[in-house]
Each structure stands twice: as structure tokens, then as C-alpha cells.
Design a protein around this ligand. Sequence first.
Ligand SMILES: CC(C)(COP(=O)(O)OP(=O)(O)OC[C@H]1O[C@@H](n2cnc3c(N)ncnc32)[C@H](O)[C@@H]1OP(=O)(O)O)[C@@H](O)C(=O)NCCC(=O)NCCS
Length: 343
Amino acid sequence: MYKVIHIRNAAFSEDQWRQYYDLLVKIKVRFKTMLSSRSWEQMRDRVASFCEMDEGFHPMVVSDGDEIIGWGQLWVRDTDAPEPAGDISLDAYYDEIPRKFVHRVASEIEPLMKHHGCIRAHSMTESQRISDAIRMWRPRELNRVDRFRLYRKKANLEAIDHWLKTIPAANSDLRLELFDPVPEEHLPAYVETFERFINEMPTEREELQPYRITIESARKQTEWRQKNNVHLYTYALLNQQDNLVAHSNASINELNPADVYQAITGVLEEYRGRGIAKWLKAALFRKIGEDFPANESMTTDMRAVNEPIQAVNRQMGYVLESQGNEFETSVNDLSRWLQEEKD
Ligand SMILES: CC(C)(COP(=O)(O)OP(=O)(O)OC[C@H]1O[C@@H](n2cnc3c(N)ncnc32)[C@H](O)[C@@H]1OP(=O)(O)O)[C@@H](O)C(=O)NCCC(=O)NCCS
């Protein structure tokens, strides 16, 4: 009964784009998810240019009869790597995502993983609804994830402005710079530290797949953003030798800046505990407010066990919006589950 349409290969009609966008709006309103595109046209252009940029990107929509009711996605990053890393995500307009829906999406993703030689894929969900769906194929559970949102009207401005006054003064050996995008001369250090910060995040599991990113893929994503009205504001701190010691970023759709996504914040180990994460995040919050007056909120996801970043976010006024999980699915997990469901 469910039908999957691969956006990459399909002649996806205007009417289908419209329907798909309306579905995402409905999901956003009902489940408070993020939706950065401002219109179906913008979403269509973004998805098309992402497909063009990255041959490992496989977006798909799921319909029930003629009605689009959900979506799935596999993104195999760095398809030339010996063991490319994958990301799987999905959602549908249901309180409980039906098993048959999950099965349909899994049966499309499994051959694509095989095609790219992708042995394991990562999923990060922001809700139990989606976690329950992914759990059906019995992946490895990695971490609990908290989704937090900072509503500008409820932010702790007193703390934020106090940090911006006192922390730079106490760290006068460091210089704050805003990058959009990260300049070429800092790109190697940025990519190296970005990878390191992700791999250093506290985890409930010891044996995690190391996260990898290449300078080439960082450049490609910058190009994609520039074509699609997306800014990645990155506040960086440089020491007196001009070395990058910390950074924090947020992704902003300039055509729809109401909610922005605040992603990775990281500080080199020897600089931690000096208020630097607070400084970077407070500076981002203020700068985005100044440059994008229509901004209302900032959304972020973090591991439940990441005490230091939880402490900073809570002090800024971030509130817990929902809780999900991080999973790792091997292609063998998927094959086994699909076989069992068939039997
Ligand atoms: C998270 C990280 C960015 C924090 O940087 P930092 O500059 O040391 O952070 P700050 O000094 O600004 O503030 C840390 C706060 O967490 C608190 N904290 C630190 N460890 C804690 C713990 N185990 N439990 C509770 N609170 C803790 C500190 O006390 C401080 O709050 P306080 O000043 O009110 O006491 C840094 O640890 C890091 O780079 N970690 C690896 C990457 C990562 O996990 N990034 C976050 C996810 S995106």
C-alpha cells in the first residue's frame, strides 16, 4: 500500500513538491520539528542541488495511494572512502509510525547501502516517535539525545550579556572572529578540530565509529550553502599564534531565519573550563539577533550525557523540547530484519 518515490531519479511533479512541502509543514506544526525551507520551490531547489553535489544523497518520499505521508533518506557521505559513512533518517505524519512504512523505507535503503559499500549508518532522532520506528530494525543503541530550543523572548539575557562582558576580558590572549564561510587559510585546522570535537563528545558507548570529514567535503558544502541562501555563521577563537582553539556554528536560511540550527561547539582540551563555550554561544546568539531581526529561536541537539554543554545551554535559557536517540544500523541488521519480516 505504501509507495516510495526516489526524488533523485523521479520526474517529481510540481504538485508532488507542493504536497511534500505541505506535509513537512504539518509535521512541523504537530511535532515541533525544524523546517528551514520557506517554500516548496526553495525546498525543491535545495534538494536538487544537494543531489547534484553529492551522489550519495538519496531522498525519498512515501505515499499512501496518491497522498504523500512521509519521507526517508540515506546520505552516504564521502562515497569514495574505503568504508563510507551513512546517515539514515525518516519521518511520517503519525503518532506511531506504522511498521509497514518503516519496512518500505528500509527495503529501499538496504540496496543503496550495498551499492555504496556502506556497512554502517548512523541515525540521530529528536523524538521517541522516530526512535520507535528505527528500533523496529533492531539497530545498535548509542546515545540518548536531547533536543533543546532557545526562544529569544525567554533567553537569559542577563547571563548572556554578563558572559560577553566578563569572559573576553578574562581571556585577552584570545581573539574572536566571525567566519561565513571559514576562510581557506583556516580550513585545514577547522576541519581537523571539527572532526576532533565530534569524536571527543561524551558518549554512553565506548566503541563508536569515528566521525570523519574531509576538506573537500567541507568545501562542497560551503558551495552548496552559497547557492542556497544558507549561512553557516562560525565564531572562532584564535590564540596569539593565530591557531584555532575553539569554534561554534549556526546554520541560518537567510530567506527564513525564524528558527536557526546551532550545531557543533568545541574547545581544545587545554582551553576548557574558562567559559569559552559560553562566550562563543553568547556571541552567536547576539550576532544572529542583530543580523537577522526575524530570528525567533535557536534549536540544537546534544547527547543527554554531555554535561558541560547541557550546563551552558540551560544557563542561556534553552528548554528541553523533545528526546530521541542515536543509533547505528549495519547493512546486515537491515537485511536480517527485512528477511524476518518477509518470512
Ligand atoms: C562542551 C565544551 C564545548 C565546553 O567548553 P568549555 O569552554 O569548557 O565550557 P565553559 O567553560 O564555557 O562552560 C562549561 C560549563 O559546564 C560545566 N561543567 C563542566 N563539566 C561538567 C560536568 N561534568 N557536569 C556538570 N557541569 C559541568 C562547567 O562547570 C561550566 O559551567 P559553570 O561555569 O556554570 O560552572 C567542551 O567540553 C568541548 O569541546 N567538548 C567536546 C565537544 C563537545 O562535546 N561539544 C558540545 C556538543 S556540540
